[in-house]
Design a protein around this ligand. Structure first.
Ligand code: ADP
Ligand code: MG
Length: 237
């Protein structure tokens, strides 16, 4: 049984730069069920990142409605939105966004500090997540001492350490070579399959999108197609 995690109805977002208006998302409706693995593709400028910002409550809709776990977020205060982002949504970016001169253990533990989790418990949970992504032997390394693929593993561990039901990943393999990209995709697929984490991933590569079990295509700020697909079989490395 699946239940809706996110229900977005007729979402619109327009950027305003002085007199110029740039409509980026022009009426997108999407329901995301718990446990789904969705890939979003589409040409550059088609509104994918803007839509991910709306999904992640990093920006507000100009029009339309957004319900997260059944609750309408339109009336949420800034503090309530921040709490939702911190506790219920994990973010993974193309550029990793790790603190450079900080150990990867501290990087991964950081989201728990915002939840007032005690220091020893933070470290314990961060260490367990780093083991899970295959970096148990690197905990004391600084993030800038790791390869791109390793840094993205750290970012995935940081996104998942709070046990959010959903992870949003915008071009997570955009800075990685194809072999490393496949490893990162296998890791995300495992998290989806084994831990039930819902994943929404933006990519411009068809072979990356093939790992998902639903494929949404954006065109000029609207959904051009939305189809279920059989996902890539997890081949052990
Ligand atoms: P994608 O991620 O699919 O490449 P974006 O959501 O980044 O698309 O962009 C959609 C449209 O909005 C594009 O025309 C882009 O130029 C414009 N846009 C994106 N971000 C901004 C911004 N911060 N200010 C103004 N226009 C923006
Ligand atoms: Mg983008």
């Amino acid at each position: 049984m699946t239940s809706p995690l996110i229900q977005i109805d007729r979402a619109e977002k327009t950027y305003r730069i002085g007199e110029i208006r740039v409509p980026a998302v022009r009426g997108v409706s999407l329901t995301i069920d718990n446990g789904e693995f969705i890939a979003i593709t589409g040409a550059s400028g088609s509104g994918k990142s803007t839509f991910m910002h709306l999904l992640g409550c990093l920006a507000q809709l100009d029009a339309g409605t957004y319900r997260f776990e059944g609750k309408s977020i339109e009336s949420y205060s800034r503090a309530q939105l921040a709490a939702l982002r911190n506790r219920r949504i994990g973010f993974v970016f193309q550029s990793f966004n790790l603190l450079a001169r900080t150990t990867i253990l501290e990087n991964v533990a950081l989201p728990l500090a915002y939840q007032s989790v005690r220091r020893d418990e933070r470290r314990k949970r961060a260490a367990a997540m780093l083991e899970r992504v295959g970096l148990g032997d690197r905990m004391k390394h600084h993030s800038n001492q790791l390869s791109g693929g390793q840094q993205q593993r750290v970012a995935i561990a940081r996104a998942l350490v709070t046990r959010p039901p959903i992870v949003l990943a915008d071009e997570p393999t955009g800075n990685l070579d194809s072999k490393t990209s496949a490893e990162i995709m296998r890791l995300l697929s495992e998290m989806n399959r084994d831990e039930g984490v819902t994943i929404v991933l933006v990519t411009h590569e068809q072979d990356i999108a093939a790992f998902a079990n639903r494929h949404v295509v954006f065109r000029d700020g609207v959904v051009a197609s939305d189809e279920l697909q059989r996902n890539e079989i997890l081949v052990p490395v």
